[in-house]
Design a protein around this ligand. Structure first.
Ligand code: ZN
Length: 59
């Protein structure tokens, strides 16, 4: 009996019992998810690139 679950990362359905990367569908999704929160944790607040002068007149 298969038990399919959706990957929390990409939503792809995968077989739970036959998946070493669960709850993700693959190593890729697991790494991406892990890297995501890691980079968020180590995020260095840089200069905010604000774009001004949006109303520049056209020629
Ligand atoms: Zn996935």
């Amino acid at each position: 009996m298969k038990r399919e679950v959706p990957c929390p990362r990409c939503g792809a359905r995968h077989e739970w019992s036959d998946n070493p990367w669960r709850p993700f569908c693959s190593e890729r999704c697991k790494v991406i998810d892990l890297g995501g929160w890691l980079s968020e944790e180590n995020a260095i607040p840089g200069e905010a690139a604000e774009i001004s002068g949006a109303d520049a007149p056209k020629h």
